[in-house]
Design a protein around this ligand. Structure first.
Ligand code: PLP
Length: 813
């Protein structure tokens, strides 16, 4: 596909759906045709010019200039193999040993305690495998579930996953236990004391990567050594401690301590493992005998020497700041963040944390929203830890027992110990620059408590939380609002909208009442009671207003229904029981035309390979059939149907789609005769072999990327050849304002801003034919791929996304 674009084949620029499904070339062939992939990344890298604010140093750091110089020298000048006996080899060997000596001086040990590795994860493997193999050979009687492998509950995943893997692979069969932590993230010493005697290994960390919380290693040592008669191997992950706390490893009884170069201004691919004398040590990588036979393979001399240069800079104490200075930096950042997010909550105690990490949450603002906003303002931070950025919450904060919302909204901001005052000032200015956008779009309440018109929420909005959907309608003229199936995690956000936009809430309703866990309509009604007009305050148990006015009744197809008017729209209620006892659906009508039906749990988009019903115990098939029949009388087969449960992120369905995607529903929708006979069939997952792959979350989209994405270098060509193409900007309005797509793509007309929450409404009102080429754009390409999937499913034939989104876009031909 890519080749075809590159060769300017006009026909292929307007490829149809079928053609896209069968690419003429295999993916690997296509990849070959890409131009130099490094060029755009280099061109756009602007951290050095201070155009980008990099506050994610716990994930990785930029290599410092003098460090990069050393690495470059080792790659191009002193590039000899340290095992060679000629002068080039001798020089390379000397640089490795110099680095080892410098490292030893910094971490307080002898050079021969240090093994250079590829990074901390390898160091962790070496320590754990060495320990477990020794247990297996020397104490086979301990290889059972009565013995323990202990690790801190907030440990980096490299530790528990390695324990689990090798415990199983080496058939140690020990019980792996997480040591609990308290609200400050400090390890439970009593727990350690209780289990130490029967532990085969204890793994803790010096400083946590998400919160910066440090452990009191001398207290830990006391407990570990006093509660065990033998010296249980103790590993301390020191990755985030280097240059942030003083280490003198030889004065402790720590057996193993892994470190990582890329966390402290050295390149990726180098690390070291401290091993105390007499601790078990087995080669994890065997071969040519390098690193005294403990770690074979030609040494990564550029990496090791660069790491050595970092140690030498640390010893010089000029570039690296003192703890006092770093604490002042932290305070300056904390004050700035508090100014920007008045409701900020810190997720860790500064007293127990190294000064370079700040972890915070803002109530009602998800970490994704903050991340998107920061990223649009070229400020790079992270949600939780970089390694687990696909998960919505932080396991570290969960282990500490902070409230659930804090864990879901956590943002980590981390700077390096060589940061300068000028940089911190610049970072603070950049953070302050997002304040107006935050206030305008009401992500936080500003002093004026007024949402800017351009950011005001209006129309039909689909808010998603996990697999659930809440539908909101806001009429911007009358400032009236309707909330359908609210979710607990959205209460803050919805309340802010109401307050900022001075909305009148006509109703907060639930289309079904079985989901105690997620339902929060009553709570929300109470919170928003001040904004509910008096005559709408009396409701039935579903939150439907008990009005008496004439206009609340409507006749459709000879039947009479109740309706609620919200601004320019009418919401017509019709009962649709079956999945649960009291369920109803709503037709949303404007000028006597049905635009969409909100059907709650009556239908679920997609789900070819799942049971037809979300909760099979409650299903009453006869009622269900009647409900579907009524729905079919009221809406056309291609009318959009909004649902309250959408685990596959399909956004909506239609009766036509439901019949093709869920063949088990077809008899209920079409054949009057069959009812009870189908019960068994309907209640068990279909064995249809044509089931498509299940999609969960945003991460498993690789196949879709192949299908929809255009490489950035053909985008301008695509737009030039398809003048009628529509560019949809799927970012939130505040993101769009911060990074304008029109100038980026040299567009003659503006892109249409359609955040994912408004995609269903866009499709519902779209005047564009299914043949109109659509280019969907977002920050990283994930939202646009999802958008392509949604639009293609409903019939759009030419929908495209950009590989890597704006992040990788390269407008240079
Ligand atoms: N331990 C901690 C605390 C970390 O932060 C990391 C990296 O995020 C690791 C271990 C793994 O380090 P590496 O990337 O060098 O394998």
């Amino acid at each position: 596909m890519v080749n075809d674009f590159v060769s300017n084949n006009k026909k292929n620029l307007q490829m149809t759906k079928d053609e896209k499904k069968e690419p003429k070339q295999k993916p690997h062939q296509r990849r070959k045709s890409l131009r130099d992939p490094f060029f755009p990344i280099f061109r756009r890298s602007s951290i050095r010019n201070n155009e980008e604010v990099y506050l994610d140093n716990n994930a990785t750091t930029m290599v410092l200039d003098p460090v990069a110089e050393v690495a470059s020298n080792l790659m191009q000048i002193s590039f000899g193999n340290p095992s060679s006996s000629h002068i080039a080899g001798v020089r390379a060997k000397h640089l490795i040993e110099s680095s080892r000596a410098l490292a030893a001086e910094v971490i307080g040990c002898e050079p021969n305690n240090i093994i250079f590795t590829s990074g901390a994860t390898e160091g962790i493997q070496t320590a754990i495998v060495s320990t477990l193999l020794t247990v297996k050979h020397n104490f086979p009687e301990k290889c059972n579930e009565d013995h323990y492998l202990l690790y801190g509950a907030t440990e980096h995943k490299a530790v528990p996953n390695t324990l689990q893997h090798w415990n199983h692979a080496l058939q140690i069969n020990a019980t792996i236990l997480a040591i609990p932590v308290d609200l400050n993230g400090l390890l439970d010493l009593e727990f350690i004391a209780r289990y130490s005697a029967k532990s085969l290994m204890i793994c803790t960390m010096a400083v946590n990567n998400e919160t910066g919380v440090f452990q009191d290693l001398s207290k830990l040592e006391q407990v570990i050594r006093q509660s065990s008669t033998y010296e249980v191997p103790w590993m301390v992950d020191c990755v985030q401690a280097l240059a942030k706390t003083d280490l003198c490893l030889s004065q402790t009884s720590i057996n193993y301590a892994p470190f990582s170069g890329h966390k402290l201004y050295a390149p990726k691919g180098v690390g070291l493992l401290y091993v105390r004398e007499d601790s078990p040590c087995t080669p994890f990588i065997a071969g040519g005998g390098q690193e005294s036979g403990i770690r074979s393979g030609t040494e990564n001399t550029p990496g090791i020497a660069a790491f050595g240069k970092v140690f030498s800079l640390l010893l010089e104490k000029q570039l690296f700041k003192t703890e006092e200075t770093l604490k002042l930096y932290r305070q300056q950042l904390a004050d700035t963040l508090t100014e920007v997010f008045p409701g900020i909550v810190w997720n860790h105690s500064f007293k127990h944390s190294v000064p370079t990490t700040l972890n915070f949450s803002v109530k009602g603002v998800s970490s994704k929203e903050v991340m998107d906003l920061f990223d649009a303002a070229a400020i790079r931070v992270s949600a939780g830890s970089a390694c687990s950025s696909s998960t919505a919450r932080s396991f570290v904060l969960d282990a500490m027992g902070v409230p659930s919302w804090q864990s879901e909204s956590a943002i980590r901001l981390s700077f390096g110990p060589a940061t300068s005052q000028d940089q911190i000032d610049y970072y603070c200015t950049a953070i302050r620059s997002i304040k107006p956008a935050l206030a305008h779009c009401c992500l936080v309440l500003s002093d004026s408590r007024e949402m800017a018109n351009s950011y005001a929420q209006s129309g039909l909005i689909e808010l998603r939380l996990d697999d659930h959907c809440c539908w909101v309608y806001i009429d911007s003229n009358s400032k009236q609002m309707l909330i359908i199936d609210p979710l607990a995690g959205l209460v803050e956000r919805l309340s802010r909208w109401v307050e900022c936009q001075h909305l009148s809430v006509m109703a907060v309703i639930e289309t079904h009442q079985s989901e105690g866990l997620h339902s929060c309509a009553t709570l929300l009604r109470n919170v928003l009671s001040y904004s509910i007009p008096k005559q709408y305050q009396r409701t039935d148990e579903c939150g439907w207003p008990l009005q008496t006015e004439q206009d609340s009744k409507i006749e459709i197809g000879g039947s009479c229904f109740t309706q609620l008017t919200v601004g320019d729209s009418q919401f017509v209620r019709f009962d649709t029981p079956g999945v649960a006892q009291s369920c109803f659906s709503l037709l949303m009508r404007q000028r006597q035309v049905t635009k969409i039906a909100i059907v709650g749990r009556l239908l679920q988009p997609g789900c070819q390979n799942k049971c037809a019903f979300p909760n099979e115990q409650e299903v009453n098939l006869k009622q269900y059939k009647q409900s579907l029949t009524l729905l079919r009388q009221l809406v056309s087969d291609d009318c959009l149907l909004g649902c309250s449960y959408d685990p596959d992120q399909l956004f909506f369905t239609t009766l036509a789609l439901a019949m093709t995607e869920r063949p088990m529903l077809t008899p209920l929708l079409c054949d009057e005769q069959k009812t009870q006979k189908n019960v068994d069939h309907l209640l068990s997952p279909t064995k249809d072999s044509r089931q498509p792959k299940e999609l969960k979350g945003l991460v498993q989209l690789t196949d879709l990327e192949e299908k929809f994405s255009l490489p950035s270098e053909v985008i301008l060509e695509f737009l030039r050849q398809n003048e009628q193409a529509v560019v949809l900007d799927l970012r939130e309005a505040y993101e769009s304002d911060m990074a304008d797509i029109k100038s980026l793509f040299n567009l003659s007309r503006a892109a249409i801003n359609v955040p994912l929450t408004k995609l269903t409404e866009f499709i519902m009102n779209s005047e564009y034919g299914f043949d109109t080429p659509m280019l969907l754009v977002c920050r990283t390409g994930k939202r646009s791929i999802l958008g392509c999937q949604v639009m293609e499913r409903v019939g759009y034939k030419s929908v495209y996304s950009i590989v890597g989104g704006i992040a990788l876009y390269n407008s240079q031909p």
